[in-house]
Design a protein around this ligand. Structure first.
Ligand code: ZN
Ligand code: ZN
Length: 91
C-alpha cells in the first residue's frame, strides 16, 4: 500500500502515478505525463490539467476500491474530435 501523506490517497498498484503537485492519481506513467502541459522553461510555466480539462481532452477517470479517483488514457486532440463525432451521430 502506498499512501500520500498530504491528501491521504491510498493505492496498491505499483504502476499508478500520484502527482505530488495537484494530487491527482494516474493509472500509469503515460497518463501522468499527459496531465502536465506547457514548457519546462521558465520554471513554473508547466502546469497540471484539471479534471474538466483532462475529460475534455479525451482522458477518463474511474474510482478505485479505496475511493481514489484514477485517470486513464492520454490527452489527444483526436480523442476530443472522436467524442464530438459520437455526439453528432446521436443527434
Ligand atoms: Zn499534477
Ligand atoms: Zn496526494
Amino acid at each position: 500500500m502506498t499512501r500520500c501523506d498530504v491528501c491521504a490517497a491510498e493505492w496498491t498498484s505499483r504502476k499508478w502515478e500520484h502527482c505530488r503537485s495537484c494530487h491527482q492519481t494516474f493509472s500509469g506513467t503515460r497518463a501522468g505525463d499527459h496531465h502536465r502541459i506547457g514548457p519546462h522553461e521558465p520554471a513554473g510555466a508547466r502546469r497540471c490539467l484539471g479534471a474538466e480539462e483532462m475529460a475534455a481532452a479525451g482522458m477518463w477517470s474511474t474510482v478505485s476500491p479505496h475511493g481514489v479517483l484514477v485517470w486513464h488514457g492520454e490527452r489527444s486532440k483526436a480523442g476530443v474530435a472522436h467524442r464530438r463525432d459520437n455526439v453528432g451521430a446521436e443527434q
